[in-house]
Write a protein that binds this ligand. Structure first.
Ligand code: PMV
Length: 329
């Protein structure tokens, strides 16, 4: 018998200042604060229903029953929520994303933000946005930035309760477009959860962390001034620094594919021609291109024509994670 059911929808997000490495892996307390934009075009919808007759959680992700580590990760997150709500019942969890998982488009961000909001509502837990964000962080660090809306900042905080994201500006504040050039749909070999624990093995990690506070301040200022050039230069520098940390960790992580670098080269020549567009790359080979809405059609046309680009996904800024009325089952 179902004893509580809810559905939530959450956007993925693209970080302008990245999160890489944890101070505390178990709690997912990050080594640095970060800043991102929610992506209205890349969303996950999740329905959670607690059922007294279920022996264990049943998890279906994108139409496939989740097994092994994927199911365990969802169940561990559900345990946190069950513990807070004083509930013992297992749950049926059905989740669907409208974009490929595990390829550096932050599928775990939208997935754990939607799961947190749906599961808390289904469990009858009333939580503030900051509390929901801190809870989502336990499932996937970047998920905390998908709980508040628009342009968000994840404050690294001192501990569990103070490490959450808050909104810096609503989606309508700046009409940017994130254009993802998909060059691979393969699931990445090393997921970010294990990647974070390798960061400390790179001699460049400490250097990156030293400069992050200054980059964050400058990036926030550029964002609030809607200055794409100022923000884009910082965003690109941090993305490449993060990948330098990845590539110099032991063992090293090489997420880039030949097409990744080809897109960066093409983008530099477009910029030299007067088209303002800037890149960032998460834990995968796909490239996020950031531009103003007016230039999105042109960037899309150019990027689609590049060799190795399989698909192009365009997103305006997205809102907060929200409850929805229409359940998935
Ligand atoms: O939230 P995770 O553990 O999937 O880590 C995400 C890490 C990056 O996407 C590479 C950077 C970021 O800030 O989201």
């Amino acid at each position: 018998m179902e004893i509580g059911k809810a559905t939530a929808v959450a956007c993925s997000n693209v970080p302008f200042i990245k999160y890489w490495g944890n101070r505390d892996n178990a709690l997912r307390l990050p080594a640095n604060s970060s800043l991102s934009m929610n992506l209205a075009g890349l969303v996950t919808k999740t329905t959670v229903a607690f059922d007294q007759h279920l022996e264990r959680d049943e998890v279906v992700i994108d139409g496939e029953p989740a097994k092994g580590a994927a199911r365990a990760r969802v169940s561990t997150h559900m345990d946190l929520i069950r513990h807070q709500a004083g509930l013992r019942a297992a749950a049926r969890v059905i989740s669907h994303s409208n974009f490929p998982a595990g390829t550096g488009i932050a599928s775990s961000a939208s997935a754990f933000a939607a799961l947190t909001v749906a599961a808390c509502a289904a469990a009858g837990l009333h939580r503030t946005e900051a509390e929901l964000s801190a809870l989502a962080r336990r499932g996937s660090g970047s998920a905390c930035r998908s709980v508040p809306g628009g342009y968000t900042e994840w404050l690294m905080g001192q501990g569990n309760a103070t490490s959450f994201a808050r909104s810096l500006a609503p989606p309508a504040y700046w009409d940017l477009r994130d254009i993802v050039a998909v060059v691979s749909r393969e699931h990445k070999a090393v997921g970010s959860s294990s990647g974070h624990s390798l960061a400390v093995s790179s001699p460049l990690h400490a250097a990156r962390l030293l400069i992050i506070p200054a980059l964050l301040t400058a990036c926030k200022r550029a964002l609030l001034a809607r200055d794409l050039e100022a923000m884009g230069v910082i965003m690109e520098q941090d993305a490449v620094m993060m990948h330098a940390v990845m590539m110099t960790s032991r063992p090293p992580l090489y997420y880039w594919a030949p097409a990744t670098l080809a897109i960066i080269h093409a983008l530099q020549s477009w910029r030299a021609d007067g088209l303002p567009v800037y890149f960032t790359i998460d834990a995968g080979p796909n490239v996020h291109l950031l531009c103003e809405a007016d230039n999105a059609a042109e960037v899309r046309t150019r990027v689609q024509a590049l060799p190795g680009v399989l698909d192009v996904l365009v997103s305006p800024p997205g809102g907060p994670a929200q409850l929805a009325e229409d359940h998935l089952f």
